[in-house]
Design a protein around this ligand. Structure first.
Ligand SMILES: *Cc1c(COP(=O)(O)O)cnc(C)c1O
Length: 387
């Protein structure tokens, strides 16, 4: 074939190769990027279209209401060609004039704090031990001591498998310091566990494409409350690429502010349809069931096999999409992930300071209970051998 205009027959044969080589879904359990269904990958292989034109507007027009459903919001959802960290930075740059409070319970929530510092803001942090959640009373104390433009919180902390009580934290902020904006990283909770942006009065909620939404990496989505958007217009130095003003103007015309990752938008279009078909609440329930199965499996290993493993996150504060398993002395998380790789399975070792002492399973995105059961069976034999 000759290069030039996209040749449809070439595209079709390429698609078939994708479908064949990538049909072994069910072996890749990282807590992000998560495994992507072959049909969703396949949707990306289409001709490039101009990002200022009717095809793009039609595509964005289909995507917009379904993203609102995902975030449970009436506000427009911004589509950013960046990873999720880009929108964490956007939250800080658009919403914080001077001072921010960061709730820290692991590596990603600490990243929010570091972004605030890197953007030249004054940041205070409230820490808890790994495995614990940030609790509303702790937040209330901090808010009584100082005035903050905004608060940063990670809903599902992917490094520890903890889920923070977001609705309660938001209620505490509203009560004690109603002017403080809630900036929320929902990267491993959105499309995996209940997130209700409007009902919970979240001022900026964001996620990336490669976690709960189960797309390849490269896009991020975020929604700002009306008041957060208005506040952003008063904040100097908020930049351009990530300014709420630019996102808001683009989305009003079913456009993106700059050249987007078009192939990922094709995949998003398909995946949003798949999510709608499953139903958001059914999707949440599937994640919760996979999480509970994983926690039970950890308990069984301990009780029946006498191996001293435990779920790092405290009971009642566990994420539906990622479980962090703590290991006994002398057993290495890195070694376990390596042994799993030899058997064709991908799981994650611990993150940051927890690298050796834990491993993590991402029961996230499009995985199902049957696939998880197979993984846990292989994993049990690996851990039994190692201990
Ligand atoms: C993965 C992750 C991020 C970072 O996402 P990038 O897309 O790599 O920028 C941020 N927060 C949480 C909770 C995550 O799990």
């Amino acid at each position: 074939m000759r290069w030039g205009r996209a040749d449809p027959s070439f595209l079709r044969s390429y698609s078939r190769i994708n479908l064949i080589t990538l049909s072994s879904f069910g072996k890749y359990f990282l807590p992000g990027p998560t495994e992507v269904r072959p049909a969703v990958l396949d949707a990306m292989v289409r001709p490039v279209i101009a990002h200022r034109g009717p095809d793009m507007e039609a595509l964005m027009g289909r995507i917009a209401p379904r993203l609102q459903y995902l975030f449970q919001t009436e506000r427009p959802v911004y589509v950013s060609t960046s990873s999720a960290t880009g929108l964490m930075e956007a939250g800080v740059r658009n919403c914080v004039g001077r001072r921010v409070l960061s709730l820290v319970c692991g590596a990603f929530s600490e990243r929010f704090y570091k972004i605030a510092l890197a953007c030249g803001k004054t940041a205070d942090r409230v820490d808890v031990a790994f495995g614990l959640a940030n609790e509303p009373d702790q937040v209330a104390d901090a808010l009584r001591n100082n005035a903050y433009d905004a608060l940063t919180v990670v809903h599902s902390e992917t490094s520890t498998g903890v889920i923070n009580p977001l609705e309660e934290i938001s209620a505490a902020v509203r009560e004690i310091s109603p002017e403080t904006l809630m900036l929320v990283d929902c990267v491993t909770s959105l499309a995996a566990a209940p997130v209700r942006v409007d009902a919970w009065a979240l001022d900026f909620a964001l996620t990336g494409s490669q976690k709960g939404v189960a797309l390849p990496p490269g896009l991020a989505f975020g929604v700002a409350s009306q008041r957060a958007y208005e506040r952003s217009l008063q904040i100097p130095g908020r930049g351009l690429y990530f300014s709420f003003e630019a996102f808001e103007a683009a989305v009003a015309n079913n456009q993106t502010s700059n050249t987007p990752a078009v192939p990922l938008l094709y995949a998003l279009d398909l995946q949003l349809g798949r999510i709608e078909e499953e139903g958001l609440e059914a999707r949440w329930a599937r994640h919760q069931a996979m999480a509970e199965r994983t926690w039970r499996w950890v308990d069984e290993l301990r009780v029946r096999q006498g191996i001293d493993v435990w779920v790092l996150a405290e009971d009642g504060r566990r994420s539906a999409s990622v479980t962090c398993v703590a290991l006994p002395d002398g057993v290495s998380g890195v070694e376990i992930t390596r042994r799993m790789a030899e058997r064709g399975y991908t799981i994650a070792s611990g993150y940051g300071k927890l690298k050796e002492r834990t491993f993590r399973i991402g029961h996230m995105g499009d995985h199902t209970m049957e696939e998880l059961e197979k993984l846990l069976e292989v994993l049990a034999s690996v851990i039994t051998d190692e201990s």
